[in-house]
Structures are given as C-alpha cells and as structure tokens.
Design a protein around this ligand. Structure first.
Ligand code: ADP
Ligand code: MG
Length: 565
C-alpha cells in the first residue's frame, strides 16, 4: 500500500476542531477513552477467537500497556486485541460510526463554551486523544493478517490523516500520543496511575505500566525513578460485577455506569446481584437520571450488555429486558449460555427467558423502592421515564398490577401530578364505583374539557392524562384493585349511584322533550356523528363530543393518524 493522505469526514473535522480548540474541562478522560478502546479490542479478539483459536497467535494473555517517553514527550497505549486492518483504520478512525457521537455533533452550537460542556458529557472516544496531543500515531495489525500488512495512521488532528503500510510483528494496536507542551503532566507514572485507578479500575484486563524504582544519582546527579525492565499491573483487573459488593463503593458503580452509558451524571438507582438456582447469572443494572433524546424510539439499542462467563458477547442484548425498560443500562453475565450464542438463539433460549423475568422484577423493585423510600428521586424518575413505563401495561401482562401501582397522574381536584390509583381510590365518593379518567393532548385541554363539568359539579375527582401513550396503555388496564377504570369521554357515562333520581328523570325527560331537535341535528350531522343525545353531564357548555363505548377515542384516533395508520 502506498502512503495515502485522506480527509476526515466533515463531522470528524468539526469534532476535532472543537476538541483541539476548546478548553477542555477534564482532559484526563482521554486515557479512559483510549483504555476503553483497548479493552473493547481485546473483547472483540476473545469473541472472534471462539470460532478461530488461531487468532490468538500464541499470545492469549490479553492486556493493555501504558508507557511514556519523557525525552520524546510521547505517551503510548498498546493492546494485543483484535487490531485494525488498513481499511479498518481508514474507516474507523476517519469517520464517525457511533450514533451517539453523531447525535453529539448534531448538537454542537458553535458556541465554544456550550460545546465544551457538551463534549465533557459525551466523551468522544478516540478523538479525545487530541485534547492532550498535537499529533497521534496509530500503529496496528489485525489478528490473523500477515505481519507485513500492518498499518500506520498519523494525524495532527486537522483536516487530514496519512496512512501507510508497516511491518508489525505483534498483533493489536499502539496509540502513540505526541503530547502538547502544556500536557507534560502526563509524563508521570504517578499521575497516570491515579487516572487509571479512577476511571479504569473495573476494566477486566490487566493494565500494565513499567515498574520503576528509585535510582540514586551518580557523580552528584540527583536520583530519579528508573524503569526496572519489568511491568506491573496497576488496576484491579477484575470486572466490577464479579467483585464482592462489599468491596465496591458507590463511586466505583457510578464510574462504571458513566463508562458504559456515556452519561455524565451518576445513576439514579443501582442494583447488583448474583442470582443462583436453575439459571445462574449476575446482574448489575442502573436507572439513569436522565432520559436519552431518542427514548421513544422503540427500536433504539437496548442498554444491557451481555457477557457469558466474563466474555463480552454483545452490546445491546434486547432479549434481556422487555422493550418498555429500554432505558435501563447495565451488564448481565450468565454462566449458562453458550459462548457462541447468537441473537436468534437468545430469543429462544429458556435461560434468557428466566434472566429477562429476573431482570424485569429487579428493575421494578428498584423503582418501587424509589417510590416508597426516595420520593424526590422517584419524582425525577417519573418525569423522565413515566411515559415509557406505561408501555409496559400493554407489553408485560405478568407485571401489569405492579406497573399500575407505579403510575402517577394529574387530577381534576388536585394541583399535583403525582396521584396514584391508590390515592384516588382512597378519596372516592360514597357510592362511586369507577375510577374516572380523561385523556387529551395536553393537561390544559384535559382540565378544561366540558366532559368534566358534571364531575366538577359533584366534586368527583377525574384523573387527567396527557401523555401520548396514555390512551393506548389504558386500553390494557380495565381495573385497578377491583375497581373498573372508566373514561369520561366514552359513551354515556353512567354515574350510577352518584346520580340522584331527579337527575335521571330530568335526563330521560329531556331526551323526549328535545327529540325533534335531536333528530334534526342527527340528520344534519349524519356523516359526522353517529348519534346526538341529550345529556345531563354538561353544566356550562352547550355541547360536547363523546366517543361510542368501545370505539377508539378521539385522542387515539389522532395518534394513529399521526403515525400514518
Ligand atoms: P467507539 O469506541 O465508541 O466505537 P471510538 O472513537 O472510541 O468509538 O473508536 C472508534 C473506532 O476505532 C472503534 O469502534 C474501533 O473500531 C476503532 N478502534 C479504536 N481504538 C482501537 C483499538 N485500540 N483497537 C482496535 N480498534 C480500535
Ligand atoms: Mg471508544
């Protein structure tokens, strides 16, 4: 391969400009990103080697080495993972494939201060090396590719990069950072160890650094730390979830969470358990404190990574949790699944079914725990994820009751938006035998609906629902704890014992008295309305629209229409 000079994809160029020109609030994270890439590369090798043991090339002890050269002002991170072919180096280091990073770039405003904050939240992977380096050299050889077909990739983080062929005996990748003058603090073992402890302790591979010893100076020269020729492991080198809970601090969990989720905030709730019995697995699951921008995309990647006996298998194992819990992040490590499990196999596996049920129960208990013991956190949770949780009513019949208990609504007689069905039931009027609710596009619309008039007059509370999914979700919930749910926008609402005899009579009389005009209206509206009735449900308004019992409500009809159905 001839030496080639290529241009970065426009988004990469934009990103690089930002990384190199903005004051970066936390430069240390470059090391975390590069070590995490090294660790991913080792995971990939381990995975591919399941089918082709030859890829190990007699070097199966996967590890990451971090070293520096004070004189040359370089910092090097080397792994013996999967490596990159020449084409892969061009593709993976010159374009952005990860959707999260693309979203990030789309959000860039051009305002340096804002953007610098954003970048701190996302972590921009490989390119974060340019925070501290004014030139990066990558040397790599893919596992299984001849030594003569290695690749060198060099860039100064401006618009272009060079690639050329090199001879490289060892498999894997070295990232050589040519440090900027003001980044010489990273030419220090103590500093580097500190960062590794903070950000990369849970990486399951050993991270090695040259072992140094104090060497007295000779001929009046000052002493200094000098390389002994040996390497030492500087991290715990055990996957976080495999370690005993008592040895793990909340900070460890939070750091791990941030790394797998690209979230800048700590999680709202964490659960870590080893499940034993018929199916054995470890679950380490997190509820984020903020919903992702694409949460309502039901096809979005799930957040749970699957490991089998500590070997990374896949990133977004959708089969491990129902879709309505797609906001949950974490890791499941199973001892029962075969290492070569495919997505198709996952769907059918009984062990996976047991894991999914177990994880679902865990997540629901986490949420119940917030609801019962941490009201502020539950509020945050509900504001962010309440709407997705409702999808569970239609998706997860086995847990419908548990879910229903977690739902909160606004109501016509309170100012809060945190009324549970149980709260509502406790306040029901004597003789009231249904939980009344109304759905609308907005809370304001629900609140001012003429359909509420009679309920207001009688002081009956009505739950107000304005989430897009409410209508659909409520279709799956006919009752709560023995009390039927009744939409006030459907059919002739029967207030049952709440309506006194006089009112009933008046309504019947009105029906006969107004028959001529009702018939005329029916005739005039015959293409638009299936019936016109006199009603006792209005107090101030002259008329209102209702939906036939059993028909789609107006809101659902509109929603389906919007969705193109
Ligand atoms: P991400 O890790 O989220 O995919 P990065 O920007 O960190 O994004 O890395 C971009 C891509 O470059 C990776 O997906 C991978 O294909 C490749 N890459 C980076 N570092 C390495 C490495 N040490 N070994 C092999 N491939 C790597
Ligand atoms: Mg990365």
């Amino acid at each position: 391969m001839q030496k080639q000079t290529l241009s970065f994809q426009a988004e990469v160029a934009q990103l690089l400009k930002l990384v190199t020109h903005s004051l970066y609030s936390n430069p240390d994270i470059f090391l975390r990103e590069l070590i995490s890439n090294a660790s991913d590369a080792c995971d990939k090798l381990r995975f591919e080697a399941l089918n082709d043991a030859g890829l190990h090339e007699n070097d199966s002890e996967l590890k990451v080495r971090v070293s520096f050269d004070k004189a040359a002002k370089t910092l090097t991170i080397t792994d013996n993972g999967i490596g990159m072919s020449q084409q892969e180096a061009i593709d993976h280091l010159g374009t952005i494939a990860k959707s999260g990073t693309r979203d990030f770039v789309a959000k860039l405003s051009g305002d340096q201060k804002n953007d610098a904050q954003l970048i701190g939240q996302f972590g921009v992977g490989f390119y974060s090396g340019f925070i501290v380096a004014d030139k990066i050299t990558v040397e790599s050889r893919r596992a299984g590719v001849p030594a003569a077909q290695g690749v060198r990739w060099v860039s100064e983080g401006t618009g272009e990069f060079d690639v050329s062929e090199i001879e490289r005996a060892e498999r894997g990748t070295s990232i050589i950072l040519h440090l900027k003058d003001d980044a010489s603090e990273y030419l220090n073992a103590w500093k580097l160890k500190g960062i590794i402890n903070k950000y990369s302790d849970h990486i399951s591979l050993p991270i090695l650094m040259p072992k140094e010893e104090w060497k007295e100076g000779e001929n009046d020269q000052p002493g200094e730390m000098a390389f002994t020729g040996e390497w030492e492991t500087v991290n715990q080198a055990a996957a976080l979830w495999t370690r005993p809970k008592k040895d793990i601090t909340p900070e460890h969990y939070a750091e791990f969470y941030k790394q797998i989720s690209y979230d800048s905030e700590a999680p709202l709730a964490t659960t870590h358990n080893r499940v034993e019995g018929a199916t054995e697995y470890t679950q380490l699951l997190f509820i984020p404190s903020k919903a992702p921008v694409d949460m309502f995309n039901r096809d979005k990647a799930a957040g749970v990574k699957l490991y089998v006996k500590r070997v990374f298998i896949m990133d977004d194992a959708q089969a491990l949790l129902p879709t309505y819990l797609r906001f949950v992040k974490g890791v499941v490590d199973s001892s029962d699944l075969p290492l070569n499990v495919s997505r198709e196999l996952l769907q059918e596996s009984r062990a996976v079914k047991a894991i999914r049920e177990g994880c679902t129960k865990r997540v629901l208990s986490m949420i119940e725990d917030l609801a019962n013991n941490e009201p502020e956190k539950f509020k945050t949770f509900y504001a962010e994820f309440g709407a997705v949780l409702k999808e569970g009513l239609g998706e997860d019949f086995a847990n419908r009751e548990r879910l229903a208990k977690l739902l909160r609504f606004a109501s016509s007689t309170t100012d809060t938006t945190s009324v549970s069905f149980a709260d509502y039931k406790a306040r029901m009027k004597d003789g009231q035998d249904a939980i009344y609710y109304i759905t609308a596009d907005t809370l304001a619309a629900a609140k001012s609906s003429p359909q509420l008039e009679i309920f207001r007059k009688k002081g009956i509370e009505v739950l107000l629902m304005a989430d897009r999914v409410d209508e659909w979700a409520l279709n799956y919930l006919n009752e709560f704890d023995g009390t039927p749910l009744q939409s006030v926008a459907k059919g002739a609402v029967d207030l049952g014992k709440l309506q006194d005899e006089d009112e009933k009579k008046a309504a019947e009389e009105a029906q006969t008295q107004f028959k001529p005009i009702l018939d005329k209206l029916k005739e005039a509206l015959k293409d638009k309305a299936s019936d016109v009735r006199a009603t006792s449900r209005l107090v101030d308004s002259p008329a209102c629209l209702v939906v036939q019992d059993g028909d789609m409500s107006t809101q659902l009809a509109r929603m389906l229409k919007q969705a193109g159905q």
